[in-house]
Design a protein around this ligand. Structure first.
Ligand SMILES: *[C@@H]1O[C@H](CO)[C@@H](O)[C@H](O)[C@H]1NC(C)=O
Ligand SMILES: *[C@@H]1O[C@H](CO)[C@@H](O)[C@H](O)[C@H]1NC(C)=O
Ligand SMILES: *[C@@H]1O[C@H](CO)[C@@H](O)[C@H](O)[C@H]1NC(C)=O
Length: 316
């Protein structure tokens, strides 16, 4: 009798409650109808997951899309898939390893020589919860790839973005930024390190940068947005078996990469979004960020420290 009740309860959960809960999560879709003929976009980490889905939608709308990938072979596979699905042949793969500033500079140099315009830059690539390790330049991996790598890339492409205005830069951050702190005395995790927190710190850095950059770009026609894509079952979890396991258990409630791409697309495409530049978005809406993420003193200092680490002139 008891066993039957338990069974009924589980059947109830499975068939009645779960779809309701999932509906409540209400994954927003980007409904913009903007088309992108003649526009040029770069998506970093576009060989898999959210990046690939984002690139696919931009290609579907007619943009020339550069897939900037660490693994060129995987990039080529993604490009062929996107070409086949969208019928847009202008999907190009370029090598970009964000853990190596030489590679970032080479990518930017070639791109600047090759393309006259850049309208949409989506800083999508990221690492999550990897064991303590360093980039080619000796930066801690999370801050190095998620923050400093994209910081340098954005800097190198900024003039082109300005020349192509109206243009947009979109940074993928995360809800995880709420747990993040910028420890200036331990930016490279040498004094203490936790892989989960290191991820959160780097995601906080992304938001601080978006805000600082929005301020600095006022009047240039380049606007910037940061995005929480939602909890997506993706390759980001490759370094954590606990997370992989959780993902499997809750996979029904997680977003697909295509759903995860919607807020990025919303920020890239929606007309009239310029007034909200510098804001943080989730589910295609402006959303609240932590006090740390709103702190202009920290944003300013992180900007200067980052320029310093990357050997860029500290501009005013
Ligand atoms: C995106 O984030 C990177 C890394 O934090 C930063 O360098 C860049 O300036 C940001 N760009 C925008 C538009 O927010
Ligand atoms: C960007 O946002 C700032 C506020 O953060 C605002 O003052 C500025 O006018 C915005 N720029 C554009 C081009 O809308
Ligand atoms: C910003 O952060 C600094 C350093 O942590 C702190 O002293 C300051 O009070 C914060 N400012 C605001 C407005 O929260």
């Amino acid at each position: 009798m008891f066993g039957l009740l338990v069974l009924l309860f589980f059947l109830f959960l499975l068939f009645v409650a779960a779809p309701q809960i999932r509906k409540m999560l209400a994954f927003e879709m980007c409904t913009s109808t903007v088309q992108l003929p003649g526009k040029v976009a770069i998506v970093t980490g576009a060989d898999v997951g959210i990046g690939k889905e984002t690139a696919k939608e931009l290609a579907r709308r007619g943009a020339r899309v550069y897939l900037a990938c660490r693994n060129v072979q995987k990039g080529e596979l993604a490009a062929r898939e996107i070409q086949a699905v969208t019928g847009n042949q202008q999907v190009l793969v370029r090598k970009l390893d964000l853990a190596d500033t030489k590679c970032i500079r080479a990518f930017a140099k070639d791109f600047l020589a090759e393309e006259e315009h850049l309208h949409i830059l989506i800083n999508n690539a990221g690492v999550m919860m990897c064991p303590y390790s360093k980039t080619a330049d000796g930066f801690e991996m999370h801050i190095g790839v998620n923050h400093l790598g994209h910081f340098l890339l954005t800097h190198l492409l900024l003039e082109k973005l300005k020349d192509s205005a109206p243009s947009r830069v979109i940074n993928l951050s995360s809800l995880g930024h709420h747990l993040g702190r910028i420890h200036f005395h331990n930016l490279q995790g040498e004094k203490f390190y936790h892989s989960g927190l290191a991820y959160c710190h780097s995601k906080l850095a992304n938001i601080l940068f978006t805000r600082e950059l929005a301020k600095r770009l006022q009047g240039s026609g380049v606007t910037t947005y940061s995005v929480h894509p939602g909890t997506v079952s993706s390759e980001l979890f490759r370094h954590s078996s606990v997370m992989k396991c959780m993902c499997w258990l809750f996979s029904y409630f997680l977003k697909t990469p295509q759903q995860g791409a919607q807020t990025s697309l919303y920020c890239a495409l929606t007309e009239g979004l310029e007034v909200l530049n510098g804001s943080h978005f989730s589910e295609c809406k402006v959303t609240w960020v932590s006090a740390q993420a709103r702190n202009e003193t920290i944003a300013r200092r992180l900007w200067d420290v980052s320029c310093d680490l990357l050997g860029l002139p500290v501009d005013q």
